[in-house]
Design a binder for this molecule. Structure first.
Ligand code: PA5
Length: 463
């Protein structure tokens, strides 16, 4: 068992009639789920959902492993320049699959593997401090952008390029461009200026791209077993392409989330009980939000639909958020991620002079954290709060590959249930265009005027 889905506490028998799911709800959804399955499989066959087949692309993996072997030997620091889908998957798997203090360990303690830094922003302080930490001679930058033109990534690239160029002769050796195979500024630069590059396959968008060079190259350089990661994904592929949605964890979880939303629970909390999995919830938050939050349905109708994903961490957020989840508005569904095996464990010793702590003596921290997760799940259910638990046997490349793949399929399946396109993100365009206007990009002069008119029109207020 790598991953098990327990949805007892989503059901009416556990959380009550009003917000709990009934077998009749699941039965009523069944014909739609079969139709959606057929549509997804057809789209996959026709090459419209290429993320499904990434775990089986052996040539891609071989070329990534070859490059990673060279880069590992050549450099001490790897910096990912990218944002959103170009950064979050790498961050999540880095945190999960390398030791917590990987970057702080002495080289021999991390087997002389490079450190990894993922910028994911254009905060000048963050970038300044990263560059200040790095040595240009021994740093390589992976410039990752599907479109090849994202303003944040292009700005990061421009700054890093100048910074490297100031002290290194052969500056191009310090950049690898990971981008669209044909289009965009980065692809053109790769062709015309001879940077090393990797393609992000056609049809694979940012948030579905972690199993391409986008995630696999940085992860392989820092020693993550990417073959095991893809093996886990490939094993999960068998489970999540089963037609019967009750036997398919991605479809079932997508259906449960959809039904919960329809029962008036628009907020979807993901709460791993594991420090290692903290950023998996962050990656999922983007996947779920950008894929499902849409103004228009597939038929063009205005629907303004989409669950709001929230990330939390157990047990930390039991002392920060759970009061709200337990007693606040009935608007949330919680997905716990639990672990059977934490890889290491610590026994809690007795404390002389504190007999009231005797109950802890000899118990382990893993037992404590697992008990807290179970207790919170039950307490929520008893208070009428639907929740489910995904249990992983352990945090390994295989189980993480499986988990990521499960969530990707769950997302496209949920997209079909919500009747939206899970692959686009039209809602971020206007903000992008106004940014271009404010930054003086040619062709966006009218937008700049619109920006100024808007501010005057609404009567700007500030204190
Ligand atoms: O998932 C997505 O498509 C987005 O989050 C993108 O990854 C993000 O906007 C960055 O885009 P790009 O990869 O084109 O630089």
């Amino acid at each position: 068992m790598e991953i098990r889905l327990d949805y007892t506490n989503m059901m009416a028998a556990a959380v009550g009639e009003q917000r709990g799911i009934h077998d009749a709800d699941l039965n009523a959804l069944e014909p739609r789920t079969r139709l959606i399955h057929q549509q997804l499989m057809k789209a996959r066959q026709e090459g419209r959902l290429p993320f499904y087949d990434l775990p089986f692309d052996n040539d891609m993996v071989a070329s990534i492993l070859r490059a990673a072997a060279d880069l590992k030997a050549e450099f001490e620091d790897v910096v990912v320049l990218g944002i959103g889908g170009s950064a979050l998957g790498t961050l999540a798997l880095f945190r999960a699959l390398r030791p917590f203090y990987h970057n702080l360990l002495a080289p021999e303690k991390r087997h002389n593997l490079p450190r990894l830094h993922v910028l994911d922003n254009v905060d000048p302080a963050g970038i300044f401090q990263t560059l200040e930490f790095l040595n240009p001679e021994t740093s390589v930058f992976l410039v990752i952008s599907k479109s090849g033109s994202t303003v944040e990534t292009m700005s990061q690239f421009a700054i890093a390029r100048q910074w490297i160029g100031r002290s290194v002769q052969d500056y191009k050796r310090h950049f690898i461009l990971i981008t669209d195979p044909q289009k965009g500024t980065l692809r053109r630069l790769a062709k015309e200026e001879g940077y090393r590059s990797f393609p992000i396959p056609e049809g694979v968008g940012g948030r579905f791209s972690v199993f391409t060079a986008v995630g696999l190259l940085p992860l392989a350089i820092i020693g993550v077993d990417i073959q095991a990661l893809l093996e886990g994904a490939a094993e999960m592929e068998k489970r999540v392409t089963v037609e019967d949605f009750r036997q398919n964890p991605a479809y079932l979880n997508g259906a449960l989330q959809f039904l919960a939303y329809r029962k008036g629970l628009p907020i979807s909390v993901m709460m791993p009980y594991s420090d290692a999995l903290r950023d998996v919830a962050d990656w999922f938050r983007q996947l779920w939000a950008e894929s499902l939050g849409k103004k228009n349905a597939l038929d063009g109708q205005v629907v303004h639909v989409g669950p709001t994903p929230v990330k939390a961490l157990g047990t930390t957020d039991q002392h920060s958020q759970v009061q709200l989840y337990m007693e606040g508005p009935f608007d949330k569904v919680v997905t716990f991620i639990a672990l059977e095996d934490y890889g290491v464990d610590l026994t809690i010793p007795g404390v002389p002079g504190a007999p009231e702590l005797d109950y802890l003596e000899g118990k382990s921290l893993a037992e404590l954290i697992r008990s807290e997760q179970k207790a919170t799940a039950m307490a929520l259910a008893r208070n009428g709060r639907p929740n489910c638990t995904l249990t992983l046997s352990a945090v390994t490349p295989k189980s993480l590959g499986a988990l990521v793949y499960l969530f990707e399929v769950q997302t496209v399946f949920a997209g079909a249930l919500f009747e939206v396109d899970p692959l686009d993100q039209p809602g971020v365009e206007e903000g992008k265009e106004l940014t271009y206007a404010l930054m003086g990009r040619r062709g966006f002069e009218e937008k700049k005027q619109a920006f100024d008119r808007w501010n005057q029109g609404v009567g700007e207020r500030s204190l």
